[in-house]
Design a protein around this ligand. Structure first.
Ligand SMILES: *Cc1c(COP(=O)(O)O)cnc(C)c1O
Length: 372
């Protein structure tokens, strides 16, 4: 990757196909439909490839709805905590399943959706947390605004509602899905008997090597056989997990208690989840601090003191001009980046299966200026 202008995201076609084949297998064996949650990965240039393997898109709002409809096609489910009056007709035109977060919203928009011949779902909150220490990613945390709790679920106001949606997982395995389904059945089993479809949301790490796919398929079949439901899943991460890189150049090496390499990328700007999640991204050819002979703290050009990516070790000392390649940078990266400090946005490249690298999008000064 020596000739690449950095910083650059590199979407890895072979990695995508590896994931898509796994997801397609689940669709084939179960009849469930898998939708790309675009909020994790909206690199629409590869939507035609994705569409060959899975059934469509899931979206969080008007713009994702339009992108999915225009660039992917297939099924298009939308969930938003609330829809504006001014955009509801356009949303309905792009989506086939509209999922509401409250009975207020259902009452307000029900006829518009039904008149357009589209399907209505309600998002439930099964009030069953399977995540610890990650409240920001847990829709079942106390006082959550996401999903209708059982106490507020008005069983006498389900006219036109054909489906149930829940989303409670984040990077989890199918044992947590199984326990969540127990909670969903316990609280909402009576409702499921009246529905046509169920959407399991996202957070299923299906393409991770230790993911238990047979257990997932059991969960799907359970809903199909017991309630006669059509099953949808809308993973984001699993579609593009480990299917992209972020290449960056070492601009300088300084020292304060330990060696510090300054990179032409930024956690805050180009991989915000490193700080928000937080997590330590993989870096090709590196080890943990102290594992290999030369350990560095890797940081960015920006003014933010906390804009460091972590401590990594290498077999050889780093040199100014070296290219470093972070892994797993397709998801929650280019959809979340920003130009804080006037940092340039990384170009977006695609590494084809045959090794060719093509440029999908270049960014420059205008991309910074035009947003302000
Ligand atoms: C975030 C989210 C997804 C996708 O989650 P991943 O963790 O990327 O799989 C799907 N559906 C809803 C409603 C979401 O909020």
């Amino acid at each position: 990757m020596g000739k690449i202008k950095t910083p650059a995201y590199i979407v890895d076609e072979a990695g995508l196909i590896r994931n898509l084949e796994i997801l397609h297998g689940v669709e084939e064996r179960t009849g469930a439909k898998i939708l790309l949650a675009q909020k994790a990965f909206s690199c629409w240039h590869v939507y035609p490839l994705i569409r060959q393997y899975i059934s469509g898109t899931a979206c969080s709002g008007l713009y994702e709805a339009r992108l999915g409809a225009e660039e992917m096609g297939g099924g298009n489910h939308i969930f938003s905590a609330s829809y504006r009056e001014s955009e509801i007709y356009e949303i309905i035109s792009y989506c086939d399943h509209i999922i509401f977060n409250s009975f207020n919203q259902l009452n307000r928009y029900r006829n518009k959706v039904l008149n357009a011949g589209k399907k209505i779902g309600l998002r439930i909150n099964p009030e069953f947390s399977t995540q610890e220490g990650h409240e920001i990613y847990d829709p079942c945390s106390p006082k959550s605004r996401l999903g209708i709790i059982n106490k507020n679920f008005d069983r006498n106001n389900l006219y036109g509602v054909s489906g149930i949606h829940f989303h409670t997982l984040c990077e989890q395995n199918s044992d947590d899905l199984e326990k969540t389904l127990d909670a969903v059945e316990e609280k909402f089993g009576d409702v499921l008997t009246k529905m046509e479809w169920i959407n399991f949301g996202g957070g299923h790490h299906i393409t991770r090597s230790d993911y238990d796919i047979p257990r997932l398929e059991k969960c799907i079949k359970r809903m199909q056989e017991k309630y006669g439901l059509e099953v949808f899943l809308e993973p984001g991460e699993a579609v593009a997990l480990n299917a992209g890189y972020l290449a960056t150049e070492v601009l300088d090496i300084i020292s304060n208690d330990m060696p510090i390499a300054i990179l032409d990328t930024s956690a805050a700007c180009h991989m915000p989840d490193v700080l928000e999640m937080p997590y330590r991204p993989p870096l090709l050819g590196s080890g943990d601090a102290g594992e290999k002979a030369y350990t560095y703290r890797l940081g960015s050009q920006t003014c933010l003191a906390g804009d460091t990516i972590g401590e990594y070790s290498f077999d050889e000392p780093l040199e100014i001009g070296d290219i470093l390649v972070f892994g797993d940078m397709a998801i929650y990266s280019m959809v979340k980046n920003n130009t804080f400090n006037g940092m340039p946005l990384p170009d977006i490249l695609l590494r084809k299966c045959n090794g060719d690298i093509v440029t999908l999008r270049k960014f420059g000064y205008e991309d910074f200026k035009s947003r302000l």
